[in-house]
Design a binder for this molecule. Structure first.
Ligand SMILES: Cc1cc2nc3c(=O)[nH]c(=O)nc-3n(C[C@H](O)[C@H](O)[C@H](O)COP(=O)(O)O)c2cc1C
Length: 169
């Protein structure tokens, strides 16, 4: 089912989840196709079968990683690809936009390795949608919360429609 944006534009959306992320939502609340590691391995049995992470990167015009946690940030910065999400990112064609929304505890955010790794992703050409300061789920107050959904959608629209050159009717 396509997702409808304000203004009537429609987007085909697929969600790629990590196994750990599954702890934080119910699959029945995701109204679009949801892929996880099992799909990658179940889909491929022999040479003629599709390789999901390659098919997804061919299919998508834009990739949004939201939230990008500290663990996956570290993997992406160093090229590790040990699950479906990091394989799609590792296989991503850097001529297409990739946006990331860091989200982590304030002290994790302030650790010097975070700036190094975020800088590495930006050097790849990926676009940071910066985290914001608020009271976090763990009770700490400060930077590290994922950007507001409206901010993220606005940035996706700005980049996607500028990139594709599509005009709103
Ligand atoms: C309740 C809870 C909340 C968490 N929130 C975050 C978070 O906001 N940011 C983060 O970087 N890690 C967070 N973590 C730690 C990650 O879940 C952990 O590093 C995990 O291994 C990430 O796996 P993934 O990158 O494959 O999804 C949280 C863990 C728990 C138990």
């Amino acid at each position: 089912m396509p997702a409808r944006l304000e203004g009537g534009r429609e987007l085909e959306v697929a969600v790629v989840t990590t196994e750990r992320a599954k702890h934080f939502y119910s699959p029945q609340d995701i109204p679009v196709t949801l892929y996880s590691d099992a799909d990658e391995w179940e889909m491929w049995k022999c040479r003629s079968d599709p390789v999901l992470h390659i098919d997804l990167r061919r299919w998508a015009d834009l990739m949004l990683v939201a939230p990008l946690d500290a663990n996956t940030l570290g993997k992406v910065a160093s090229g590790i690809c040990d699950n479906l999400l990091t394989c799609v990112i590792r296989a991503w064609d850097c001529r297409k936009p990739l946006l990331f929304c860091p989200a982590m505890n304030t002290v994790m955010w302030e650790h010097p390795i975070t700036a190094q790794q975020v800088g590495q992703l930006k050097a790849f050409g990926y676009v940071e949608i910066p985290c914001v300061a608020k009271k976090l789920v763990c009770g700490d107050q400060g930077l590290g919360a994922m950007a507001e959904v409206g901010t993220i959608v606005g940035k996706v629209e700005e980049i996607l429609f500028r990139h594709s050159g599509s005009q709103q009717s």
